[in-house]
Write a protein that binds this ligand. Structure first.
Ligand SMILES: N[C@@H](CCC(=O)N[C@@H](CS)C(=O)NCC(=O)O)C(=O)O
Length: 200
């Protein structure tokens, strides 16, 4: 049995929900209320000492870090249409998953968090604008690639899932996609994939 420690508003958890759905894998969801600090409970810390969701437990095997979970699921349920072990394709998948985690998500996820969940009077407007600008720079990189390519690593894959989550919520963080038409068309292609589910 697979169990996902999840929160419905989390983009990182959404990546895993989308991959599980597209792989047709049955799983049980456990909501961790991160707004109430449930990620700090001793039971949860025993699963993830880094105190963050998502965490996936597959018959006793515990794994955390959303993009690592995507890679694990891709290989665990191989062969499937969203993962490839072919060295060059695998390399490309890792490249975009790491770009997502190191460049796209820190800007877009944080801008969304501050815009949606931090009261206006508690926000640092300079920090928020810097995050939005970093998000636009990262979207520019994605846009250039997607002008010439339908998907990030050849055909649709976990690389697209990993990058899509926080691109799909970019506008909630005050980052418009209107300057990135190739990204917008890619989002439409992602949304038309079999087994697609929206974040909410
Ligand atoms: N690098 C981690 C980030 C996970 C993360 O930041 N999760 C958020 C929800 S989206 C969380 O658990 N926040 C609670 C906290 O930081 O206390 C991943 O990709 O899984």
């Amino acid at each position: 049995m697979i169990r996902l420690y999840d929160h419905p508003l989390s983009g990182n958890c959404y990546k895993v929900r989308l991959a599980l759905n597209q792989l047709g894998v049955e799983y049980e969801k456990v909501t961790v209320d991160i707004f109430k600090g449930e990620q700090n409970s001793p039971e949860f810390v025993a699963l993830n000492p880094n105190r963050k969701i998502p965490v996936l437990v597959d018959n006793g095997f515990v794994i955390w870090e959303s993009n690592a979970i995507l890679l694990y699921l891709g290989k665990r349920f191989s062969p499937n249409r969203i993962y490839s072990d072919e060295p060059k394709t695998f390399g490309r998948i890792c490249q975009w998953l790491l770009f997502g985690k190191t460049t796209l998500d820190p800007a877009l996820a944080r801008a969304r968090f501050m815009t949606r969940f931090v009261p206006e009077e508690a926000r640092d407007p300079k920090e928020l604008e810097a995050l939005r600008e970093s998000g636009r720079v990262a979207l520019g990189v994605l846009n250039e690639h997607l002008k010439e390519n339908e998907f990030l690593a050849g055909s649709y894959s976990i690389a697209d899932i990993g990058c899509f989550a926080y691109v799909s919520t970019a506008e909630e963080g005050g980052v418009s996609l209107s300057d990135f038409p190739a990204v917008k068309r890619w989002c439409e292609r992602v949304c038309s994939q079999p087994g697609y589910i929206p974040i909410y």
